[in-house]
Design a protein around this ligand. Structure first.
Ligand code: RB5
Length: 152
């Protein structure tokens, strides 16, 4: 199950990504926003809801959209257990899974076009975490998250 979320800037792109997930045979759940006209919405709300769903195991991963991908990514990354990659290129998206085991991808609806966003998401969704030395580094990130020195 893929968590989808966006603020008003990302409603159209989120819809295109949902269609792509349907074509890939992947289930998704939409955590809002649903209203592209509501410029008063707050991206942390939607980032938090989707990140909580991933952290709790309700969803396996998430794809989140705001204007730049940055704000919603910062918000989602505050949830324990969430590793966000904010991407506007395919290489970073793929490597963020292979090396960093990212569990949330964010993109900027005002940064990437629809087709590039879909390509980035496809690469991210199909890449596999490589484990090994990369797992050691993820463990270090978890120690930091728990207020510990990564080498402790
Ligand atoms: C909304 O105007 C914009 O600030 C938001 O979508 C996002 O880009 C924040 O990081």
């Amino acid at each position: 199950m893929i968590a989808l979320a966006c603020d008003h800037t990302g409603v159209a792109l989120k819809g295109e990504l949902a269609k792509m997930l349907d074509e890939m045979g992947l289930e998704w759940k939409d955590f809002g926003n649903y209203d592209a006209a509501n410029r008063d919405d707050d991206y942390p709300v939607f980032g938090y809801r989707a990140a909580q769903a991933v952290a709790s195991g309700e969803c396996d991963r998430g794809i989140l959209i705001c204007g730049t991908g940055i704000g919603i990514g910062i918000a989602a990354g505050k949830v324990k257990g969430i590793r966000v990659c904010t991407c506007s290129d395919v290489y970073s998206a793929e490597l963020s899974k292979r090396h960093n085991n990212s569990n949330i991808l964010t993109m900027g609806a005002r940064v990437v076009g629809t087709e590039l966003a879909k390509m980035i998401a496809r690469h991210w969704l199909t890449a596999e975490f490589e484990g090994g030395r990369h797992q050691r580094r993820i463990d270090m990130i978890e120690r930091i998250e728990n207020g510990l020195d990564p080498e402790a």
